[in-house]
Design a binder for this molecule. Structure first.
Ligand SMILES: Cc1cc2nc3c(=O)[nH]c(=O)nc-3n(C[C@H](O)[C@H](O)[C@H](O)COP(=O)(O)OP(=O)(O)OC[C@H]3O[C@@H](n4cnc5c(N)ncnc54)[C@H](O)[C@@H]3O)c2cc1C
Length: 388
């Protein structure tokens, strides 16, 4: 129904088989703070790399796989079928970086990330700057050949795995006073410390600590692109990551429908399978219908990008994809818990884990309300025709 080419189907099958290898490790991860034995985690990372499931978003000339946007979606969709972030080993390094990295930055951070030898994290959000990311309080001040960075960043995902951070701040002084800039900060670095590591709803091995950057000195060669360009990268990243969030939500939705349907067929209540009760059928039917709608939307947006869609139109369409797919996945998880009954409230059950894990998909990379504001803004500017 979705008209995939031979090569799309091959990529999809490889990713699906790998996701199926990861699924048996979910409960162990759930019961151990999201962690598996170090040698098992290392083996998963190596296998993802060997199967060609990492750096799918990076051009071949930069060492990546150079997959089409649709194929990237197909890979991340399969990763979305796995809980506890076990599929994050199918890493996607910053796809916007090759275009702006200096030769030095390319050797030092980009290529190692693409090979899987370096891991990045993003230190952008602050206590009082999230949806309103333009309101950062963190500062970057030029001092001779260096910049001095100060600020406290929240929710720095994967900080405990990372070898470097992208730190975004407002410039103080100079020609671009008040504008944004982004910097590479190696980890660990003098002046960078974890303030605290809060517990979150999901159980994954990647932490999201609050991190203080206090008088952190980096050479000017650590500036990403130009002064004043910081927000451009954030927008590029948002567009890509919103579509990938949507893709992973499709995978989660599929897994939930499959598992809830299988359970409904096997569980006998009052002498007949749950699946024979029309109220249960309604939950499954609504879920599978919404899943099809979301998949059709997400694949169409990916194809439009591959066909060279206008950047602003793509931005709005990626927002629509994330908005609809994340809300779909939340509803599907809620129904799946209901179908599983008491079992669906147990952490050993896939529906329970997804019920918690999927909640953040409506918040990070822009909350649903922010996506709606973006879509409505483009609708007002362009009219309906460009967008649908
Ligand atoms: C688990 C997790 C991991 C994260 N990882 C990272 C990371 O690695 N790096 C990083 O920099 N950030 C990260 N974030 C931060 C994330 O991007 C922000 O949480 C998100 O953008 C929302 O910002 P906020 O939390 O400040 O919410 P707020 O901006 O305080 O918004 C709160 C709520 O207000 C509503 N709202 C906000 N703006 C509008 C509006 N314009 N119109 C209508 N309603 C609105 C929405 O309902 C929103 O949910 C992470 C967050 C979480 C939870």
């Amino acid at each position: 129904m979705h008209r995939l080419t031979e090569s799309d189907l091959e990529v999809q099958a490889t990713a699906r088989a790998f996701a199926d290898e990861l699924i048996p490790f979910e409960v162990e991860a759930e019961l151990h703070d999201g962690r598996l034995a170090p040698d098992v985690e290392a083996a998963h990372r190596a296998r993802a790399r060997d199967l060609g499931l990492t750096a799918t978003n990076i051009p071949v000339e930069d060492g990546g796989r150079g997959l089409s946007t649709l194929q990237q979606v197909l890979v991340q969709e399969q990763g979305g079928r796995v809980t506890n972030a076990l599929a994050w080993c199918m890493a996607t390094p910053p796809g916007w970086l090759p275009a702006v990295a200096s030769p030095y930055q390319r050797e030092r951070w980009l290529l190692p990330s693409v090979r899987g030898d370096a891991v990045e994290c993003y230190a952008i959000t602050e206590e009082h700057a999230g949806s309103d990311v333009a309101d950062l309080a963190a500062t970057a001040r030029r001092d001779g050949d260096d910049y001095v960075l100060d600020g406290e960043k929240w929710h720095v995902t994967s900080y405990n795995e990372a070898t470097y951070a992208f730190f975004q701040a407002r410039l103080v002084g100079g020609d671009h006073d008040g504008e944004h800039a982004m910097f590479f900060v190696d980890l660990p670095s003098s002046g960078v410390r974890v303030v605290r590591t809060p517990a979150y709803s999901h159980t994954i091995g990647h932490h999201h600590p609050v991190v203080a950057f206090e008088g952190v000195r980096v050479p000017a060669s650590h500036l990403v692109g130009a002064e004043g360009a910081g927000m451009t990268f954030a927008h590029e990243w948002f567009r890509f990551e919103r579509l990938m969030v949507a893709a992973r939500c499709l995978g989660a939705g599929e897994r939930l429908v499959e598992e809830a349907s299988a359970f409904a067929q096997s569980r006998m209540v009052g002498g007949q399978p749950l699946a024979d009760y029309q109220l249960v059928q309604a939950m499954l039917a609504d879920s599978v219908t919404e899943l099809l709608a979301a998949r059709t939307l997400v694949y169409a947006v990916a194809r439009a990008i591959d066909d060279g869609a206008d950047r602003k139109v793509a931005h709005a369409q990626c927002s629509m994809a994330k908005l609809y797919a994340s809300e779909m996945a939340g509803r599907v998880a809620d129904r799946a818990v209901q179908v599983f009954g008491g079992r669906g409230y147990m952490r050993e059950n896939v529906a329970e884990r997804f019920y918690r894990e999927l909640r953040v998909e409506r918040i990070w990379e822009g909350a649903s309300e922010v996506q709606r504001v973006i879509v409505a803004g483009q609708l007002a500017k362009r009219g309906l025709r460009d967008l649908v």
